[in-house]
Design a protein around this ligand. Structure first.
Ligand SMILES: [Zn+2]
Length: 159
């Protein structure tokens, strides 16, 4: 059992405009990667609806049953939130790759703000951050501290 330190924001790294369901994520992580748990606690879909993928309680500890697989090395101290999207709709010309892009819909932005504010309120020990602040990744394809400031989250609660 460890202290809850991070509310980590992620993207699914799927093309702009494509919906992702909780079942998709379960398939990718449990069947595809063979993990025993999914990577995230919450999924924010294109229309702003939120699907809870893994349970957790509202204290400031992460118990073993609450752990998901979002960021290697940090999972025993984190809750993970993912939004559907995060890369361009089309591949970069001449390559097979999609480029990182903030594809959040207005509904996703509003839902993310509500969810993150609620989680910070419930968990006084946690700070919000992007996956890219903990690992060398593009995820979640937007600047979390800048966004947190824009939506009025106290900077003491931002990593
Ligand atoms: Zn991530």
């Amino acid at each position: 059992m460890a202290k809850l330190r991070y509310i980590v924001l992620h993207c699914t790294a799927t093309p702009e405009g494509r919906e992702v369901t909780g079942d998709d994520i379960r398939n990718w992580h449990l069947k595809g990667r063979g993990w025993s748990r999914v990577g995230y606690h919450y999924l924010v879909k294109l229309d702003g609806s939120v699907e809870q993928l893994h349970l957790h309680n509202s204290d400031n500890q992460i118990d073993p049953w609450e752990i998901t697989n979002g960021v290697a090395g940090k999972n025993d101290s984190a809750l993970h939130v993912v939004y559907a999207g995060g890369v361009s709709a089309k591949r970069t010309p001449g390559t097979s790759v999609f480029s990182p892009k903030d594809t959040r819909t207005p509904a996703q932005k509003a839902a993310l703000e509500r969810l993150v504010k609620r989680l910070l309120e419930e968990h006084s020990s946690a700070k919000v951050c992007g996956h890219n602040q903990l690992s060398n990744k593009a995820c979640p394809s937007f600047d979390v501290p800048q966004w947190a400031q824009e939506v009025g989250i106290n900077k003491l609660r931002v990593l």
